[in-house]
Design a binder for this molecule. Structure first.
Ligand SMILES: NC(=O)C1=CN([C@@H]2O[C@H](COP(=O)(O)OP(=O)(O)OC[C@H]3O[C@@H](n4cnc5c(N)ncnc54)[C@H](OP(=O)(O)O)[C@@H]3O)[C@@H](O)[C@H]2O)[C@@H](O)CC1
Ligand SMILES: Nc1ncnc2c1ncn2[C@@H]1O[C@H](COP(=O)(O)OP(=O)(O)O)[C@@H](O)[C@H]1O
Ligand SMILES: [K+]
Length: 484
Protein backbone atom coordinates (compact mmCIF):
# COMPACT_ATOMS: atom_id res chain seq x y z
CA UNK A 1 0.00 0.00 0.00
CA UNK A 2 1.19 3.50 -0.75
CA UNK A 3 0.55 5.97 2.05
CA UNK A 4 -0.92 9.32 1.04
CA UNK A 5 0.00 12.05 3.48
CA UNK A 6 -0.96 15.59 4.42
CA UNK A 7 1.36 18.58 4.58
CA UNK A 8 1.15 18.62 8.38
CA UNK A 9 2.10 14.95 8.58
CA UNK A 10 5.11 15.48 6.35
CA UNK A 11 6.24 18.55 8.27
CA UNK A 12 5.87 16.70 11.58
CA UNK A 13 7.86 13.76 10.21
CA UNK A 14 10.61 16.13 9.02
CA UNK A 15 10.89 17.92 12.38
CA UNK A 16 12.98 15.34 14.29
CA UNK A 17 15.28 14.84 11.32
CA UNK A 18 15.77 18.58 10.95
CA UNK A 19 16.51 18.85 14.67
CA UNK A 20 19.05 16.05 14.46
CA UNK A 21 20.84 18.02 11.70
CA UNK A 22 23.15 18.61 9.93
CA UNK A 23 21.54 21.77 8.62
CA UNK A 24 20.28 21.53 5.09
CA UNK A 25 20.76 17.77 4.83
CA UNK A 26 17.12 17.05 3.99
CA UNK A 27 17.08 19.72 1.32
CA UNK A 28 20.23 18.26 -0.19
CA UNK A 29 18.62 14.83 -0.38
CA UNK A 30 15.54 16.35 -1.96
CA UNK A 31 17.53 18.40 -4.48
CA UNK A 32 19.73 15.46 -5.43
CA UNK A 33 16.69 13.26 -5.98
CA UNK A 34 15.12 16.02 -8.05
CA UNK A 35 18.22 16.54 -10.18
CA UNK A 36 18.49 12.78 -10.72
CA UNK A 37 14.94 12.55 -12.05
CA UNK A 38 15.51 15.61 -14.27
CA UNK A 39 18.65 14.04 -15.71
CA UNK A 40 16.75 10.87 -16.46
CA UNK A 41 14.00 12.85 -18.17
CA UNK A 42 16.44 14.98 -20.17
CA UNK A 43 18.67 12.07 -21.13
CA UNK A 44 21.76 14.27 -20.58
CA UNK A 45 22.57 17.58 -18.94
CA UNK A 46 25.24 19.00 -21.24
CA UNK A 47 23.85 21.60 -23.60
CA UNK A 48 20.29 21.40 -22.33
CA UNK A 49 18.38 24.50 -21.23
CA UNK A 50 16.64 24.52 -17.88
CA UNK A 51 14.54 27.30 -16.39
CA UNK A 52 13.81 27.14 -12.66
CA UNK A 53 10.87 29.17 -11.35
CA UNK A 54 11.88 30.10 -7.83
CA UNK A 55 9.63 31.31 -5.02
CA UNK A 56 10.82 32.72 -1.71
CA UNK A 57 10.50 29.53 0.35
CA UNK A 58 12.32 26.22 0.67
CA UNK A 59 10.53 24.87 -2.41
CA UNK A 60 12.51 27.48 -4.35
CA UNK A 61 15.61 26.32 -2.44
CA UNK A 62 15.12 22.79 -3.75
CA UNK A 63 14.85 24.12 -7.30
CA UNK A 64 18.00 26.24 -6.89
CA UNK A 65 20.12 23.40 -5.50
CA UNK A 66 18.87 20.97 -8.16
CA UNK A 67 19.48 23.63 -10.81
CA UNK A 68 23.04 24.00 -9.50
CA UNK A 69 23.62 20.26 -9.86
CA UNK A 70 22.35 20.34 -13.43
CA UNK A 71 24.46 23.42 -14.20
CA UNK A 72 27.53 21.69 -12.78
CA UNK A 73 26.93 18.95 -15.37
CA UNK A 74 26.77 21.38 -18.23
CA UNK A 75 23.13 22.45 -18.41
CA UNK A 76 22.37 26.11 -19.12
CA UNK A 77 20.25 26.97 -16.12
CA UNK A 78 18.28 30.17 -15.59
CA UNK A 79 16.67 30.80 -12.23
CA UNK A 80 13.68 33.15 -12.39
CA UNK A 81 13.29 34.70 -8.95
CA UNK A 82 9.79 35.80 -8.02
CA UNK A 83 11.04 37.63 -4.96
CA UNK A 84 14.78 38.30 -5.48
CA UNK A 85 15.40 39.60 -1.96
CA UNK A 86 14.01 36.45 -0.33
CA UNK A 87 15.24 33.66 -2.60
CA UNK A 88 16.98 30.86 -0.64
CA UNK A 89 20.45 32.43 -0.09
CA UNK A 90 22.54 29.24 0.04
CA UNK A 91 20.73 27.78 -2.96
CA UNK A 92 21.20 30.96 -4.94
CA UNK A 93 24.90 31.11 -4.10
CA UNK A 94 25.34 27.48 -5.14
CA UNK A 95 23.57 28.05 -8.44
CA UNK A 96 25.69 31.09 -9.22
CA UNK A 97 28.90 29.19 -8.36
CA UNK A 98 27.85 26.41 -10.73
CA UNK A 99 27.45 28.94 -13.57
CA UNK A 100 23.66 29.36 -13.45
CA UNK A 101 22.08 32.64 -14.53
CA UNK A 102 19.56 34.62 -12.53
CA UNK A 103 16.66 36.72 -13.83
CA UNK A 104 13.50 38.40 -12.58
CA UNK A 105 10.07 37.54 -13.99
CA UNK A 106 10.42 40.41 -16.49
CA UNK A 107 13.97 39.50 -17.49
CA UNK A 108 15.32 36.84 -19.87
CA UNK A 109 13.57 33.77 -18.43
CA UNK A 110 14.56 31.39 -21.21
CA UNK A 111 11.07 29.87 -21.05
CA UNK A 112 10.61 30.15 -24.81
CA UNK A 113 13.55 27.80 -25.44
CA UNK A 114 13.71 25.67 -22.31
CA UNK A 115 14.04 21.88 -22.51
CA UNK A 116 12.82 21.60 -18.94
CA UNK A 117 11.03 23.92 -16.53
CA UNK A 118 11.37 23.38 -12.80
CA UNK A 119 8.46 24.67 -10.74
CA UNK A 120 9.83 25.75 -7.36
CA UNK A 121 7.30 28.53 -6.76
CA UNK A 122 5.45 26.95 -3.84
CA UNK A 123 5.40 23.54 -2.19
CA UNK A 124 3.97 22.62 1.17
CA UNK A 125 3.88 26.30 2.14
CA UNK A 126 1.61 27.40 -0.72
CA UNK A 127 -1.77 28.74 0.31
CA UNK A 128 -4.80 29.52 -1.83
CA UNK A 129 -4.70 30.38 -5.51
CA UNK A 130 -1.39 31.40 -7.05
CA UNK A 131 -0.76 35.12 -6.80
CA UNK A 132 -0.99 37.02 -10.13
CA UNK A 133 2.74 37.27 -10.82
CA UNK A 134 3.28 33.55 -10.16
CA UNK A 135 0.21 32.62 -12.17
CA UNK A 136 1.44 34.69 -15.13
CA UNK A 137 4.79 32.91 -15.04
CA UNK A 138 3.06 29.54 -15.01
CA UNK A 139 1.06 30.53 -18.10
CA UNK A 140 4.26 31.53 -19.90
CA UNK A 141 5.98 28.31 -18.90
CA UNK A 142 3.07 26.22 -20.13
CA UNK A 143 3.13 28.01 -23.48
CA UNK A 144 6.82 27.19 -23.96
CA UNK A 145 8.41 23.96 -25.18
CA UNK A 146 9.95 22.79 -21.89
CA UNK A 147 9.07 19.58 -20.07
CA UNK A 148 7.09 20.69 -17.04
CA UNK A 149 8.49 19.32 -13.77
CA UNK A 150 6.98 20.28 -10.41
CA UNK A 151 9.13 20.36 -7.29
CA UNK A 152 7.37 18.50 -4.44
CA UNK A 153 3.94 19.47 -5.80
CA UNK A 154 2.64 21.65 -8.60
CA UNK A 155 2.42 25.22 -7.35
CA UNK A 156 -1.22 26.18 -6.84
CA UNK A 157 -2.33 22.67 -5.83
CA UNK A 158 -3.50 22.19 -2.25
CA UNK A 159 -1.25 19.43 -0.85
CA UNK A 160 -4.01 17.82 1.21
CA UNK A 161 -7.07 17.99 -1.02
CA UNK A 162 -5.77 18.54 -4.54
CA UNK A 163 -7.95 21.64 -4.78
CA UNK A 164 -6.88 24.29 -7.28
CA UNK A 165 -8.19 27.81 -6.81
CA UNK A 166 -7.45 29.66 -10.04
CA UNK A 167 -4.34 28.51 -11.81
CA UNK A 168 -1.76 25.83 -10.98
CA UNK A 169 1.39 24.56 -12.65
CA UNK A 170 0.36 21.88 -15.18
CA UNK A 171 3.17 19.40 -14.55
CA UNK A 172 4.02 16.44 -16.71
CA UNK A 173 6.12 15.08 -13.85
CA UNK A 174 6.11 15.80 -10.14
CA UNK A 175 9.11 14.92 -8.02
CA UNK A 176 7.81 14.70 -4.47
CA UNK A 177 9.83 14.32 -1.29
CA UNK A 178 9.46 11.94 1.63
CA UNK A 179 5.85 10.89 1.02
CA UNK A 180 3.20 11.09 -1.68
CA UNK A 181 0.91 13.97 -0.76
CA UNK A 182 -2.78 13.14 -1.03
CA UNK A 183 -3.36 16.21 -3.20
CA UNK A 184 -1.20 14.73 -5.95
CA UNK A 185 -3.51 11.81 -6.61
CA UNK A 186 -6.99 13.21 -6.23
CA UNK A 187 -9.21 15.83 -7.86
CA UNK A 188 -7.63 18.65 -9.83
CA UNK A 189 -4.26 18.00 -8.20
CA UNK A 190 -4.15 14.65 -9.95
CA UNK A 191 -4.70 16.33 -13.29
CA UNK A 192 -1.88 18.77 -12.59
CA UNK A 193 0.69 16.37 -11.17
CA UNK A 194 1.40 14.17 -14.19
CA UNK A 195 3.62 11.22 -13.32
CA UNK A 196 4.60 11.26 -9.65
CA UNK A 197 8.17 10.31 -8.64
CA UNK A 198 8.77 9.75 -4.93
CA UNK A 199 12.20 10.66 -3.57
CA UNK A 200 13.15 9.00 -0.31
CA UNK A 201 14.54 11.61 2.10
CA UNK A 202 14.47 9.30 5.10
CA UNK A 203 11.01 9.94 6.55
CA UNK A 204 9.86 6.31 6.61
CA UNK A 205 10.49 5.92 10.35
CA UNK A 206 8.81 9.17 11.38
CA UNK A 207 5.69 9.33 9.18
CA UNK A 208 2.43 8.53 10.98
CA UNK A 209 0.05 5.80 9.82
CA UNK A 210 -1.56 7.32 6.72
CA UNK A 211 -5.21 8.36 6.77
CA UNK A 212 -5.43 7.67 3.05
CA UNK A 213 -3.78 4.95 0.98
CA UNK A 214 -3.55 3.68 -2.56
CA UNK A 215 -3.65 -0.05 -3.27
CA UNK A 216 -0.98 -1.53 -5.52
CA UNK A 217 -1.45 -4.43 -7.95
CA UNK A 218 0.15 -6.70 -5.37
CA UNK A 219 -2.24 -5.55 -2.62
CA UNK A 220 -5.15 -6.30 -4.91
CA UNK A 221 -3.78 -9.66 -5.99
CA UNK A 222 -3.60 -10.65 -2.32
CA UNK A 223 -7.34 -9.94 -2.05
CA UNK A 224 -8.22 -11.96 -5.14
CA UNK A 225 -7.39 -15.42 -4.03
CA UNK A 226 -8.19 -18.06 -6.65
CA UNK A 227 -10.42 -20.98 -5.69
CA UNK A 228 -8.88 -23.99 -3.99
CA UNK A 229 -9.66 -27.71 -4.06
CA UNK A 230 -11.85 -27.17 -1.02
CA UNK A 231 -14.15 -24.69 -2.75
CA UNK A 232 -17.57 -25.31 -4.23
CA UNK A 233 -19.92 -22.90 -5.97
CA UNK A 234 -21.47 -21.79 -2.68
CA UNK A 235 -18.29 -21.39 -0.66
CA UNK A 236 -17.00 -18.77 -3.11
CA UNK A 237 -19.83 -16.42 -2.19
CA UNK A 238 -23.21 -16.06 -3.82
CA UNK A 239 -24.08 -12.58 -5.03
CA UNK A 240 -27.63 -11.38 -5.57
CA UNK A 241 -28.43 -8.66 -8.10
CA UNK A 242 -31.46 -6.43 -8.44
CA UNK A 243 -31.03 -4.18 -11.46
CA UNK A 244 -32.51 -3.17 -14.80
CA UNK A 245 -36.06 -3.33 -15.99
CA UNK A 246 -38.06 -5.15 -18.66
CA UNK A 247 -37.65 -2.17 -20.99
CA UNK A 248 -34.02 -1.51 -20.05
CA UNK A 249 -32.28 -4.79 -19.28
CA UNK A 250 -28.81 -3.43 -20.12
CA UNK A 251 -27.77 -2.46 -16.60
CA UNK A 252 -28.86 -5.86 -15.29
CA UNK A 253 -26.96 -7.70 -18.00
CA UNK A 254 -23.76 -5.71 -17.41
CA UNK A 255 -23.93 -5.94 -13.62
CA UNK A 256 -24.70 -9.67 -13.61
CA UNK A 257 -21.99 -10.35 -16.18
CA UNK A 258 -19.40 -8.43 -14.16
CA UNK A 259 -20.30 -10.35 -10.99
CA UNK A 260 -20.08 -13.66 -12.85
CA UNK A 261 -16.76 -12.78 -14.45
CA UNK A 262 -15.24 -11.63 -11.14
CA UNK A 263 -16.04 -14.63 -9.02
CA UNK A 264 -18.10 -17.15 -10.89
CA UNK A 265 -19.32 -19.19 -7.93
CA UNK A 266 -22.97 -18.35 -8.25
CA UNK A 267 -24.92 -15.23 -9.21
CA UNK A 268 -28.62 -14.86 -8.58
CA UNK A 269 -30.73 -12.22 -10.29
CA UNK A 270 -34.14 -10.99 -9.14
CA UNK A 271 -36.10 -8.42 -11.11
CA UNK A 272 -38.04 -7.40 -14.14
CA UNK A 273 -35.09 -7.69 -16.56
CA UNK A 274 -35.09 -11.44 -15.97
CA UNK A 275 -35.64 -12.37 -19.62
CA UNK A 276 -32.72 -10.25 -20.81
CA UNK A 277 -30.41 -11.55 -18.10
CA UNK A 278 -31.38 -15.15 -18.79
CA UNK A 279 -30.65 -14.71 -22.48
CA UNK A 280 -27.26 -13.06 -21.89
CA UNK A 281 -26.07 -15.15 -18.95
CA UNK A 282 -27.44 -18.69 -18.80
CA UNK A 283 -25.00 -19.25 -15.90
CA UNK A 284 -27.02 -16.94 -13.61
CA UNK A 285 -30.00 -18.16 -11.61
CA UNK A 286 -32.82 -15.84 -12.48
CA UNK A 287 -36.22 -14.98 -11.03
CA UNK A 288 -38.80 -12.41 -12.07
CA UNK A 289 -39.84 -12.23 -8.44
CA UNK A 290 -38.65 -10.25 -5.45
CA UNK A 291 -35.24 -10.53 -3.80
CA UNK A 292 -36.76 -12.88 -1.20
CA UNK A 293 -37.67 -15.26 -4.05
CA UNK A 294 -34.12 -15.46 -5.33
CA UNK A 295 -32.69 -17.95 -2.84
CA UNK A 296 -29.81 -17.44 -0.41
CA UNK A 297 -27.06 -14.98 -1.17
CA UNK A 298 -24.11 -13.57 0.78
CA UNK A 299 -24.39 -10.00 -0.56
CA UNK A 300 -26.79 -7.87 -2.60
CA UNK A 301 -26.21 -5.33 -5.35
CA UNK A 302 -29.23 -3.11 -5.83
CA UNK A 303 -30.01 -0.21 -8.08
CA UNK A 304 -28.56 0.07 -11.59
CA UNK A 305 -31.36 0.86 -14.02
CA UNK A 306 -34.15 -0.33 -11.72
CA UNK A 307 -36.14 2.90 -11.67
CA UNK A 308 -37.33 4.93 -8.71
CA UNK A 309 -41.04 4.11 -8.53
CA UNK A 310 -42.80 2.78 -5.42
CA UNK A 311 -42.10 -0.81 -6.43
CA UNK A 312 -38.38 -0.09 -6.65
CA UNK A 313 -38.49 1.69 -3.28
CA UNK A 314 -40.10 -1.38 -1.70
CA UNK A 315 -37.44 -3.66 -3.14
CA UNK A 316 -34.62 -1.43 -1.86
CA UNK A 317 -36.20 -1.36 1.60
CA UNK A 318 -36.59 -5.14 1.55
CA UNK A 319 -32.94 -5.71 0.73
CA UNK A 320 -31.75 -3.16 3.29
CA UNK A 321 -33.82 -4.94 5.94
CA UNK A 322 -31.65 -8.06 5.55
CA UNK A 323 -28.56 -8.60 7.66
CA UNK A 324 -26.39 -9.06 4.57
CA UNK A 325 -23.85 -6.70 2.99
CA UNK A 326 -25.65 -4.49 0.45
CA UNK A 327 -24.21 -2.35 -2.32
CA UNK A 328 -26.46 0.52 -3.44
CA UNK A 329 -25.90 2.13 -6.82
CA UNK A 330 -27.68 4.46 -9.24
CA UNK A 331 -31.49 4.48 -8.71
CA UNK A 332 -31.11 2.89 -5.28
CA UNK A 333 -29.01 5.91 -4.27
CA UNK A 334 -31.77 8.27 -5.36
CA UNK A 335 -34.19 6.28 -3.25
CA UNK A 336 -32.09 6.06 -0.08
CA UNK A 337 -31.17 9.74 -0.33
CA UNK A 338 -34.85 10.30 0.47
CA UNK A 339 -34.74 7.80 3.34
CA UNK A 340 -31.16 7.73 4.68
CA UNK A 341 -32.31 6.10 7.92
CA UNK A 342 -32.73 2.87 5.97
CA UNK A 343 -28.93 2.88 5.75
CA UNK A 344 -28.18 4.39 9.16
CA UNK A 345 -30.28 1.76 10.93
CA UNK A 346 -28.36 -1.18 9.46
CA UNK A 347 -25.81 -3.23 11.32
CA UNK A 348 -24.58 -5.19 8.29
CA UNK A 349 -22.21 -3.36 5.91
CA UNK A 350 -23.63 -1.02 3.28
CA UNK A 351 -21.65 0.34 0.34
CA UNK A 352 -22.89 3.35 -1.63
CA UNK A 353 -21.35 4.05 -5.04
CA UNK A 354 -22.36 7.58 -6.11
CA UNK A 355 -20.91 9.74 -8.84
CA UNK A 356 -20.92 13.46 -8.08
CA UNK A 357 -24.55 14.13 -9.00
CA UNK A 358 -25.77 11.14 -7.02
CA UNK A 359 -23.61 12.26 -4.10
CA UNK A 360 -25.25 15.70 -4.14
CA UNK A 361 -28.66 14.08 -3.59
CA UNK A 362 -27.52 13.39 -0.01
CA UNK A 363 -27.55 17.09 0.70
CA UNK A 364 -24.09 18.46 -0.13
CA UNK A 365 -22.04 18.90 -3.26
CA UNK A 366 -18.76 17.02 -3.39
CA UNK A 367 -16.72 20.23 -3.61
CA UNK A 368 -12.97 20.44 -4.04
CA UNK A 369 -12.04 18.12 -1.15
CA UNK A 370 -13.16 14.75 -2.51
CA UNK A 371 -11.60 12.60 0.21
CA UNK A 372 -13.13 14.82 2.90
CA UNK A 373 -16.54 14.74 1.22
CA UNK A 374 -16.56 10.93 0.97
CA UNK A 375 -15.45 10.67 4.60
CA UNK A 376 -18.21 12.98 5.78
CA UNK A 377 -20.97 11.06 4.02
CA UNK A 378 -19.55 7.74 5.22
CA UNK A 379 -19.54 9.00 8.81
CA UNK A 380 -23.04 10.45 8.47
CA UNK A 381 -24.55 7.23 7.12
CA UNK A 382 -22.36 4.73 8.95
CA UNK A 383 -21.58 3.18 5.56
CA UNK A 384 -18.82 2.80 3.02
CA UNK A 385 -18.92 5.47 0.32
CA UNK A 386 -17.26 4.85 -3.04
CA UNK A 387 -17.17 8.24 -4.75
CA UNK A 388 -16.61 7.70 -8.46
CA UNK A 389 -14.35 9.85 -10.55
CA UNK A 390 -11.07 9.87 -12.43
CA UNK A 391 -9.58 8.88 -9.06
CA UNK A 392 -12.31 7.01 -7.24
CA UNK A 393 -12.34 7.43 -3.45
CA UNK A 394 -13.50 4.81 -0.96
CA UNK A 395 -14.15 6.00 2.58
CA UNK A 396 -15.57 4.24 5.61
CA UNK A 397 -16.68 5.70 8.95
CA UNK A 398 -13.28 4.63 10.30
CA UNK A 399 -9.99 3.38 8.90
CA UNK A 400 -8.04 4.82 6.01
CA UNK A 401 -9.65 6.14 2.85
CA UNK A 402 -8.57 4.53 -0.41
CA UNK A 403 -7.72 6.60 -3.49
CA UNK A 404 -7.80 4.52 -6.63
CA UNK A 405 -4.80 4.68 -8.91
CA UNK A 406 -5.96 2.71 -11.95
CA UNK A 407 -8.30 3.55 -14.82
CA UNK A 408 -8.52 5.62 -17.95
CA UNK A 409 -10.76 8.48 -19.09
CA UNK A 410 -12.12 5.97 -21.65
CA UNK A 411 -14.19 4.66 -18.73
CA UNK A 412 -16.41 7.72 -19.02
CA UNK A 413 -19.00 5.83 -21.02
CA UNK A 414 -22.48 4.56 -20.18
CA UNK A 415 -22.73 1.35 -18.18
CA UNK A 416 -19.21 1.19 -16.77
CA UNK A 417 -20.63 1.99 -13.34
CA UNK A 418 -22.95 -1.02 -13.59
CA UNK A 419 -19.87 -3.17 -14.21
CA UNK A 420 -18.15 -1.70 -11.15
CA UNK A 421 -21.16 -2.59 -9.00
CA UNK A 422 -21.10 -6.18 -10.19
CA UNK A 423 -17.39 -6.55 -9.45
CA UNK A 424 -17.77 -5.03 -5.99
CA UNK A 425 -20.82 -7.15 -5.21
CA UNK A 426 -18.93 -10.31 -6.06
CA UNK A 427 -16.07 -9.32 -3.76
CA UNK A 428 -18.50 -8.44 -0.95
CA UNK A 429 -20.14 -11.84 -1.34
CA UNK A 430 -16.72 -13.45 -1.18
CA UNK A 431 -16.34 -12.00 2.31
CA UNK A 432 -13.95 -9.10 1.85
CA UNK A 433 -14.52 -6.29 4.36
CA UNK A 434 -16.76 -3.71 2.71
CA UNK A 435 -14.23 -0.91 2.20
CA UNK A 436 -11.62 -3.34 0.88
CA UNK A 437 -14.14 -4.94 -1.46
CA UNK A 438 -15.04 -1.53 -2.85
CA UNK A 439 -11.42 -0.39 -3.20
CA UNK A 440 -10.33 -3.68 -4.75
CA UNK A 441 -13.24 -3.49 -7.19
CA UNK A 442 -12.30 0.04 -8.24
CA UNK A 443 -8.71 -1.07 -8.86
CA UNK A 444 -9.74 -4.13 -10.90
CA UNK A 445 -12.31 -2.08 -12.84
CA UNK A 446 -9.66 0.50 -13.71
CA UNK A 447 -7.20 -2.16 -14.83
CA UNK A 448 -9.89 -3.80 -16.98
CA UNK A 449 -10.54 -0.37 -18.48
CA UNK A 450 -6.86 0.13 -19.25
CA UNK A 451 -6.67 -3.28 -20.86
CA UNK A 452 -9.81 -2.69 -22.91
CA UNK A 453 -8.64 0.78 -23.95
CA UNK A 454 -5.53 -0.74 -25.53
CA UNK A 455 -7.88 -1.80 -28.32
CA UNK A 456 -9.32 1.69 -28.82
CA UNK A 457 -12.47 3.30 -27.44
CA UNK A 458 -14.24 0.97 -25.06
CA UNK A 459 -17.84 0.17 -24.22
CA UNK A 460 -18.95 -1.22 -20.88
CA UNK A 461 -19.31 -4.77 -22.19
CA UNK A 462 -15.61 -4.74 -23.12
CA UNK A 463 -14.81 -4.49 -19.42
CA UNK A 464 -16.82 -7.60 -18.66
CA UNK A 465 -15.07 -9.44 -21.47
CA UNK A 466 -11.63 -8.32 -20.23
CA UNK A 467 -12.24 -9.17 -16.57
CA UNK A 468 -10.88 -12.75 -16.65
CA UNK A 469 -7.65 -11.63 -18.29
CA UNK A 470 -7.36 -8.65 -15.95
CA UNK A 471 -7.75 -10.87 -12.90
CA UNK A 472 -5.30 -13.42 -14.28
CA UNK A 473 -2.69 -10.73 -14.89
CA UNK A 474 -3.15 -9.23 -11.45
CA UNK A 475 -2.79 -12.64 -9.84
CA UNK A 476 0.32 -13.39 -11.88
CA UNK A 477 2.00 -10.28 -10.53
CA UNK A 478 2.38 -6.63 -11.27
CA UNK A 479 5.19 -7.17 -13.77
CA UNK A 480 2.73 -8.68 -16.22
CA UNK A 481 2.27 -5.71 -18.52
CA UNK A 482 -0.44 -3.69 -16.82
CA UNK A 483 1.77 -0.74 -15.92
CA UNK A 484 0.42 2.59 -14.68
N1 LIG B 1 11.46 21.60 5.70
C1 LIG B 1 12.42 20.86 5.15
O1 LIG B 1 13.40 20.52 5.74
C2 LIG B 1 12.35 20.48 3.75
C3 LIG B 1 11.53 21.18 2.87
N2 LIG B 1 11.54 20.89 1.58
C4 LIG B 1 10.92 21.78 0.64
O2 LIG B 1 10.39 22.90 1.25
C5 LIG B 1 9.03 23.09 0.84
C6 LIG B 1 8.29 23.85 1.88
O3 LIG B 1 8.96 25.07 1.99
P1 LIG B 1 8.33 26.32 2.77
O4 LIG B 1 7.75 25.87 4.02
O5 LIG B 1 9.42 27.30 2.86
O6 LIG B 1 7.18 26.79 1.82
P2 LIG B 1 7.11 26.91 0.23
O7 LIG B 1 6.40 25.71 -0.29
O8 LIG B 1 8.42 27.21 -0.37
O9 LIG B 1 6.12 28.13 0.02
C7 LIG B 1 6.33 29.34 0.72
C8 LIG B 1 6.56 30.46 -0.26
O10 LIG B 1 5.47 30.51 -1.16
C9 LIG B 1 4.87 31.80 -1.12
N3 LIG B 1 3.45 31.59 -1.35
C10 LIG B 1 2.54 31.01 -0.54
N4 LIG B 1 1.34 30.93 -1.15
C11 LIG B 1 1.50 31.48 -2.36
C12 LIG B 1 0.61 31.69 -3.46
N5 LIG B 1 -0.68 31.33 -3.40
N6 LIG B 1 1.10 32.26 -4.58
C13 LIG B 1 2.40 32.64 -4.65
N7 LIG B 1 3.29 32.47 -3.64
C14 LIG B 1 2.84 31.90 -2.52
C15 LIG B 1 5.21 32.36 0.21
O11 LIG B 1 5.20 33.76 0.13
P3 LIG B 1 4.98 34.66 1.45
O12 LIG B 1 3.62 34.29 1.98
O13 LIG B 1 6.09 34.33 2.39
O14 LIG B 1 5.04 36.04 0.90
C16 LIG B 1 6.61 31.78 0.41
O15 LIG B 1 7.52 32.56 -0.32
C17 LIG B 1 8.54 21.70 0.58
O16 LIG B 1 7.42 21.67 -0.26
C18 LIG B 1 9.77 21.10 -0.09
O17 LIG B 1 9.81 21.48 -1.45
C19 LIG B 1 12.41 19.85 1.06
O18 LIG B 1 13.61 20.50 0.71
C20 LIG B 1 12.69 18.77 2.05
C21 LIG B 1 13.20 19.34 3.34
N1 LIG C 1 -12.57 10.78 -16.67
C1 LIG C 1 -12.58 9.57 -16.10
N2 LIG C 1 -11.43 8.92 -15.87
C2 LIG C 1 -11.43 7.70 -15.32
N3 LIG C 1 -12.56 7.04 -14.94
C3 LIG C 1 -13.73 7.64 -15.13
C4 LIG C 1 -13.82 8.93 -15.70
N4 LIG C 1 -15.13 9.26 -15.76
C5 LIG C 1 -15.83 8.23 -15.24
N5 LIG C 1 -14.98 7.25 -14.86
C6 LIG C 1 -15.36 5.98 -14.25
O1 LIG C 1 -16.39 5.39 -15.03
C7 LIG C 1 -17.40 4.86 -14.19
C8 LIG C 1 -18.73 5.58 -14.52
O2 LIG C 1 -19.73 5.18 -13.65
P1 LIG C 1 -21.19 5.80 -13.70
O3 LIG C 1 -21.11 7.29 -13.77
O4 LIG C 1 -21.97 5.20 -12.61
O5 LIG C 1 -21.71 5.29 -15.12
P2 LIG C 1 -23.05 4.51 -15.50
O6 LIG C 1 -24.11 5.01 -14.57
O7 LIG C 1 -23.31 4.89 -16.93
O8 LIG C 1 -22.78 3.06 -15.35
C9 LIG C 1 -16.93 5.03 -12.77
O9 LIG C 1 -16.26 3.88 -12.34
C10 LIG C 1 -15.95 6.20 -12.87
O10 LIG C 1 -14.95 6.16 -11.87
K1 LIG D 1 6.30 23.47 -6.70
Amino acid sequence: MIGLHTADEVRAAEAPLLAAGPEGALMQRAATGLATVCLRLLGRAHGTRVTALVGAGDNGGDALFAGAQLAARGARVTAVLLDPDRAHPAGLARLRRAGGRVAGPDGPTGLDRADLVLDGITGLGGRGGLRPEAAALVVRAAAGPGLMVAVDLPSGVDPDTGAVAGRAFPAQHTVTFGAVKAGLVVGEGRQHAGQVHLVDIGLAGTLPRPRAVRLTDDDVAARLEPPTDADDKYSRGVVGIVAGSATYPGAAVLCTGAALRTRPGLVRYAGTAAAGVRAAWPEAIVTEGRPSDAGRVQAWVVGPGMGTDDGAADVVAEVLATDLPVLLDADALTLVARRPDLVRDRTAPTVLTPHDREFARFGQDVGADRIGAARRLAADLGAVVLLKGAATIVAAPDGPAFVNGTGTPELATAGTGDVLSGIAGALLAAGLPAAEAAATAAHVHGRAGQLAAEGGPLIAGDLVRRLPRTLARLRRGSGAGLGD
